[in-house]
Write a protein that binds this ligand. Structure first.
Ligand SMILES: [Fe+2]
Length: 322
């Protein structure tokens, strides 16, 4: 088990007031990209203890995960707590690593789901936002036009959860699990490329619609050795009979099966304003489905996701479209 850190309310308040006096107007979510350097600098000063502990946990490959609860200030409005909560999350992650910045220098993407758009997402085959589907163990990849990369870190933040039962987030550090694998299987996986059908990545565009990003399939090894001679894994989406040798399909499902049954699994309750940071090259994550929606609210989740710009290459990988 890991220790879940808590940001002290006094520090959260101090951080928020520092931003208010710097910006001299209300912090809007869209301004976070513009003030990213300041948010990082102020955060480094105010949250240095939390950041250092998070870094230690992430570097320790027997853990490789860190969770931090961000408080709400009862003197702030709902919107202020929403924005300062995300700013705190950004401040911590940008001091752990350099996140990928998207439009307007925003270091994260917002995934907003409502019960009424679940049907649209079903039609697109989207699992990421469809909260009533279970996401099995995987690690996150970034698909570039010519290759697949594994971001060194991923940061997740549930800003709002419209369910009474949010279940758990699960993490298996690969260092504690991989000794179950035998050399023969590992060598086979290292020397044979798989065709992987990816779990679609989606985000909300500026018109409030949903966009699917990237190709449907990639060709990639499921296991390889890093520059530091550690085993690396790409376990994402689905490896099916259609495009792969029987042996590869069987090994892929046995890897998933053994991660699923791993006694080394660290489970953390999914809660609002709990930030989770992952050393994404050093483990696999999954989450429980959300159940028992809060009635009368169409909004079901606001989820923030940041991705490290530092990546490791998945060797010999390439995207493919069928
Ligand atoms: Fe993921």
């Amino acid at each position: 088990m890991i220790q879940i850190q808590k940001i002290d309310l006094t520090l959260y308040r101090q951080f928020s007031f520092s931003l208010i006096s710097l910006i001299e107007k209300n912090l809007d979510l869209n301004l976070i990209g513009e003030y990213l350097n300041e948010i990082k600098e102020i955060g480094a000063h105010i949250f240095h203890e939390n950041i250092n502990l998070a870094k230690q946990d992430l570097q320790d490959t027997k853990k490789a995960i860190s969770a931090i609860d961000i408080p709400t200030d009862p003197n702030f409005s709902v919107n202020e707590n929403f924005v300062f909560g995300i700013a705190t999350f950004v401040a911590i992650f940008s001091n752990i690593t350099n996140p990928i910045c998207y439009e307007k220098n925003m270091p994260f993407r917002v995934h907003k789901a409502t019960h009424s758009n679940v049907k649209d997402m079903d039609a697109m085959g989207i699992k990421l936002l469809n909260l009533e589907d279970k996401l099995g163990f995987h690690n996150d990849g970034v698909v570039q036009p010519d290759k697949v990369e594994i971001p060194k870190h991923i940061a997740l933040f549930n800003s709002f959860i419209g369910y009474k039962d949010a279940g758990y987030f699960h993490w298996v550090p690969s260092r504690l699990w991989e000794n179950q694998l035998n050399d023969k299987d590992l060598n086979y996986l290292k020397s044979n490329l798989a065709v992987v059908k990816l779990t679609p990545t989606v985000y909300e565009d500026s018109n409030g619609g949903y966009k699917k990003e990237g190709p449907s399939h990639v060709r990639a090894p499921l296991v390889w050795e890093s520059e530091t001679q550690e085993n690396r894994f790409f376990l994402n989406g689905d490896v099916s009979d259609e495009n792969n040798e029987r042996q590869l399909v069987e090994l892929f499902s046995s890897l998933r099966e053994s991660i699923n049954n791993s006694p080394e699994c660290i489970s953390i309750a999914q809660q609002e304003r709990r930030a989770i940071f992952l050393n994404n090259t050093a483990g696999f994550h999954a989450r429980d489905i959300f159940a028992d929606p809060i009635s009368d609210i169409d909004l079901s989740r606001i989820f923030i996701r940041s991705v490290d710009s530092n990546c490791e290459l998945c060797p010999q990988s390439s995207p493919i479209e069928f």
